[in-house]
Design a protein. Structure first.
Length: 111
């Protein structure tokens, strides 16, 4: 699990595909920026930004990334913050797609 997640593309995972194991989640989590939390079947991060326009821009960037990857998170934002939560409905938990998107969002933010 040393592949660069930002170089990978999300793949369609049919219903019933296996979710990641706790060991896989831990390994992929080490490749993400600080702030991401894998809790239960969700991977989320609350970004601190300067003001409402920056929060809106980050939400739009996450939405653009989601459309490009075909993998869509929950996105909430307000003045000074934007929270993005990934999970994979078809596996009933976390998949590599969640970590690919989180890594790509990190790259956009720190880019």
């Amino acid at each position: 699990m040393t592949e660069d997640l930002t170089k990978l593309k999300c793949e369609d995972l049919p219903k019933g595909s296996p979710a990641l194991t706790p060991g896989e989640i831990e390994a992929y989590s080490r490749q993400l920026a600080d702030g991401w939390q894998a809790t239960g079947d969700r991977l989320s991060r609350r970004f601190a930004v300067k003001g409402y326009p920056a929060a809106h821009m980050l939400a739009n960037a996450a939405a653009f990334l989601a459309e490009r990857e075909g993998h869509h998170p929950d996105i909430c934002f307000g003045w000074g913050w934007c929270e993005v939560t990934w999970w994979t409905h078809t596996v009933g938990g976390l998949s590599i797609n969640d970590f690919i998107c989180a890594a790509k969002l990190d790259a956009l933010v720190t880019g």
